[in-house]
Write a protein that binds this ligand. Structure first.
Ligand code: G16
Length: 541
């Protein structure tokens, strides 16, 4: 065996986005593209010699080959050990937990999250640091800087070990340790929740449907919900991870998980429904006859956290991304705890969690989690809901009615315009940005603007400042409008428009109807139709 040094032209498009580097699969498969990025990661983290890494992915097309390349490159650059999930599978939260549990220096997750997979789909690479969380911007900036000049990578010219076989195998001077991807994570969940209460819940006939969307959470959900907690076989559907996610879009929202939503909306539907995404960090929560928005789910879990053994002593604080609704703020105010507002991207919660300033955090984009690890965690969110329902003995519907009656309801919706022309999207944002200073006091679509700004975040722990994180327009009465361009798309630009309004009396109306004036204001202010050529959003959540 020998180490090969391969030369190539530097790539100029390897800037990590909201969550790692995401591109079309074919783009990643072009000669040298993936290895060049991996070599840039080694450079960005100060080398990999002597280090222990965790490696896994969501099982999408190209994951296994990519895992082999990462292993051969880690060995060539002197890594001591790589702990890899069997068949290169690891959910993002399981990888985060393993990094922490094993004291690893970091980890690589091969995933484009909720983006479709397959030869014509997307692929992605994320790097997580020693706390188990996504690399902060200081590191992703260093990786990007390295990628712009790097013209050579090192790779072992021997095949990587067979990742279907558990156990340790040497690769040069490095150890490849293939582990069961589920066991450590499942053991952690058992420590956090009242598994006896959950067993009793299912034994009492509680019916749940969990849609793993042919993605990575299938084996985790089968083990935990069916094998351990006794949910009937078939409670977990689409449970085998497939390279193309069954040609689906593994994004747990009412559009892409419509069959599950339809099942839960039926009069004889299950008591509880949930879905997770490609890499298992997102979640969607449903009860019979009710869809719980991610913002409401976060707020409801925070309000009920003390019913869960791990959080019985209460929450130290909470955090949400800026576009997430203010439902959480109202709970935090009631509990008398800190509520932090961060930019979109899980990496911004890391410092707050490490410093013990927040226990629960979440995002409107279907991510919820706690300080048990440093990623969002779909199965954890589902277990939280089940634990609260079991402890309170109520339905999802009753719990949310009670929540809104206590705190009011933040009606919320996000409209996405996908794959629009990048220049048009940037021009739309510039046009909006230019209006911000003069909007206060103006009336738009019958709503009076109280103030408007561009969100910037000053991290209270390390003092870093992150600018240009979304345009915000606030209206009298508590309504709010936010505009951002997505940092996870792979084609053109995706415009996200986030809308909310607070209502304390009408608690069971259609969100799109309640938000109609805010939606109209968004269209008028941003000139969405003329500037994008789109007459309707592609996705409404
Ligand atoms: C990623 C990030 C999240 C973010 C989401 C949407 O989720 O981890 O923090 O909220 O993307 O980001 P954007 O609005 O920029 O597209 P995931 O599940 O895709 O890794």
């Amino acid at each position: 065996m020998s180490i090969q040094s391969i030369s190539h032209q530097p790539f100029d498009d390897q800037k990590p986005g909201t969550s790692g580097l995401r591109k079309k699969t074919a783009h990643f498969q072009q000669p040298h593209y993936l290895p060049a990025f991996i070599q840039s990661i080694w450079a960005g983290i100060g080398g990999v010699a002597g280090k222990t890494l965790v490696l896994g992915g969501d099982g999408r097309f190209f994951c296994k080959e990519a895992a082999g390349i990462v292993l051969r490159m880690a060995a060539a650059s002197g890594a001591a050990r790589v702990i890899v999930g069997q068949n290169a599978l690891l959910s993002t939260p399981a990888a985060s937990h393993l990094i922490r549990k094993r004291g690893a220096d970091g980890g690589i997750v091969l995933s484009a999250s909720h983006n479709p997979g397959g030869p014509n789909g997307d692929f992605g690479v994320k790097y997580n640091v020693a706390n188990g969380g996504p690399a902060p911007e200081s590191i992703t900036d260093a990786i990007f800087a390295a990628s712009q000049t790097q013209s050579e990578y090192l790779i072992f010219d021997a095949a990587a070990p067979d990742l279907s076989i558990l156990g340790e195998t040497p690769l040069g001077g490095m150890v490849v340790e293939v582990i069961d991807p589920v066991a450590d994570y499942a053991a952690l969940m058992e420590q956090l929740f009242d598994f006896n209460a959950l067993r009793a819940l299912f034994a009492g006939g509680f019916r749940m449907r969990f849609d793993a969307m042919h993605a990575v959470t299938g084996p985790y959900a089968k083990t935990i919900f069916e094998d351990t907690l006794g949910a009937p076989t078939g409670s977990v559907i689409n449970a085998t991870p497939l390279p193309d996610f069954g040609q689906g879009h593994p994004d747990p929202n009412p559009i892409w998980a419509k069959p599950l939503v339809d099942e839960l909306m039926a009069d004889d539907g299950p008591d509880f429904g949930a879905a997770s995404d490609g890499d298992g960090d997102r979640n969607m929560i449903l009860g019979r006859g009710i869809y719980v928005t991610p913002s409401d789910s976060l707020a409801a879990l925070a309000a009920n956290a003390t019913y869960i053994p791990a959080y019985a002593d209460g929450l130290k604080g909470v955090a949400r991304s800026m576009p997430t609704s203010a439902a959480l703020d109202r709970v935090a105010e009631h509990l008398g705890i800190e509520c932090h507002e961060t930019p979109t991207g899980w990496k911004f919660f890391g410092n707050l969690l490490d410093a013990g300033r927040t226990t629960f955090c979440g995002e409107e984009s279907a991510g919820t989690s706690s300080d048990h690890l440093r990623e969002k965690d779909g199965v954890w969110a589902v277990l939280c809901w089940l634990n609260v329902l079991a402890a309170r003995g109520v339905s999802v519907q009753a719990l949310m009615q009670d929540h809104w009656a206590r705190f009011g309801r933040n009606y919320y919706s996000r409209h996405d315009y996908e794959g629009i022309d990048s220049a048009a999207a940037n021009a739309l944002m510039d046009h909006l940005r230019a209006q911000l200073p003069t909007l206060a006091g103006q009336s738009v679509a019958g709503l009076c603007v109280t103030h408007a700004d561009e969100f910037a975040y000053d991290d209270p722990i390390d003092g870093s400042r992150t600018e240009r994180q979304g345009l915000r327009i606030y209206f009298e009465g508590g309504a709010r409008l936010v505009f951002r361009l997505s940092g996870t798309g792979t084609v053109g630009a995706t415009l996200r428009v986030y809308m909310e309004c607070l209502e304390t009396r009408t608690l069971n109306a259609d969100p799109q109807e309640m938000l109609a004036p805010v939606i109209k204001a968004a269209e008028e202010l941003a000139e969405i139709v003329p500037r994008t050529g789109r007459t309707a959003p592609d996705v409404i959540t």
